[in-house]
Design a protein around this ligand. Structure first.
Ligand code: ADP
Length: 332
């Protein structure tokens, strides 16, 4: 079997582990892998070439993706997908492995239903917001990166009795924010799915901390939180900066804002992201070779699971409510 392989959407640590596993498992089963560069854009442009087992040496520990990734607006167009499918058939590529998030899997679902290209998805996004899996590649690494950065900020926050607002990634998901907040003992967390985390509730929380003698605080803010964006923000800008400016204006608070930004995406993948990248890569190839047509992989209660590709249209998971509720309790 000739299998096309691409990474799509945002890059995430662990993608290279999955690439390596796909190539080597295919090699072990006598199949061939064609590496497609820049996600669906490379599919449209036929920017592809065979990817040999030896070409995957020394990539397991590297962040990013050796195949490069991109967003491809053209792939929303059915006519463009029809041409891409035709090109795949002509090149003898009958199956694809797609490493990416829900957008990438939605594109794959179309490609399968419209043109019969077999598609296997491997979840790769630091947001950990895919339905049907409790883990995605990159989340564990990004979480550890954010926690390590905030540990450093904590030292200066407590030395100077200062309030820090730290923004972590997550435009529409608070998964990274809530887990980071628990792991670094934050005093509060603001994230898009929570209705309780208004500006007013944050002020109440900070005041009550102050009254109890707590002079330094760390507030973790997800990039897409409403308390920031609803108030002052255009499309560009930062939720944490917005809230920071309001607090300074309304309460003359001495605070600092840190936007962790893209450092959360890069870096060497954690052991867990390497292990799941490897396991999912092998499993994807085994299932395609066995004749499965349209699925993506995940974990449920720590075990490997496969979902139909269309499952990606189910509602996205939200950060567990009980985790968010623990933050004020643990920071008393
Ligand atoms: P992610 O896969 O990380 O969620 P995006 O949502 O940006 O990232 O999607 C990555 C790419 O997948 C898009 O640039 C586009 O090429 C393709 N894609 C996303 N949604 C669709 C869709 N509804 N139909 C076709 N292709 C899509």
């Amino acid at each position: 079997m000739r299998i096309g392989l691409l990474t799509s959407g945002g890059d995430a640590p662990g993608m290279n582990a999955a690439i390596r596993a796909v190539v080597r498992q295919a090699d072990a089963l006598g199949s061939e892998v064609i590496g497609i560069r820049h996600g669906y854009q490379g599919l449209v442009d036929q920017d592809w070439r065979p990817l040999a087992s030896r070409a995957c040496a020394n990539i397991l520990q590297r962040g990013g993706t050796i195949l490069h990734t991109a967003r491809c607006q053209a792939f929303f167009d059915p006519a463009v997908r029809a041409k891409a499918a035709q090109d795949l058939w002509t090149a003898g590529i009958e199956a694809l492995v797609i490493i990416g998030g829900d957008g990438s899997f939605t594109g794959a679902d179309f490609l399968n239903r419209e043109h019969g290209i077999k598609c296997a998805g491997i979840p790769g996004t630091i947001d950990n917001d895919l339905p049907g899996t409790e883990r995605t590649l990159g989340f564990d690494t990004a979480l550890n990166t954010a926690v390590e950065a905030i540990d450093r900020i904590r030292d200066t926050a407590s030395s100077h009795d200062r309030l820090f607002l730290v923004e972590v990634m997550g435009r529409r998901s608070g998964m990274l924010a809530v887990h980071t907040a628990i792991a670094c003992g934050a005093e509060a967390v603001l994230y898009p799915e929570s209705e309780e985390d208004t500006y007013e509730s944050l002020v109440r929380q900070l005041k009550s901390n102050w009254d109890r003698g707590k002079r330094s605080s760390i507030v973790v803010v997800a990039e897409g939180d409403q308390a920031g964006s609803a108030a002052m923000r255009g499309d560009i800008g930062s939720a944490a900066v917005d809230i920071g400016e309001r607090l300074k204006k309304d309460y003359e608070m001495d605070l600092r804002v840190v936007v962790l930004g893209h450092i959360q995406r890069g870096g060497s993948p954690s052991a867990l992201d390497r292990i799941w990248g490897s396991r999912w890569g092998c499993e994807a190839v085994r299932r395609l070779v066995a004749g499965e047509r349209a699925f993506y992989l995940g974990t449920d209660a720590g075990q490997m699971v496969a979902r139909p590709m269309s499952y990606v249209l189910e509602p996205r998971p939200e950060p567990p409510r009980e985790l968010g509720a623990l933050v004020p309790v643990l920071s008393r």
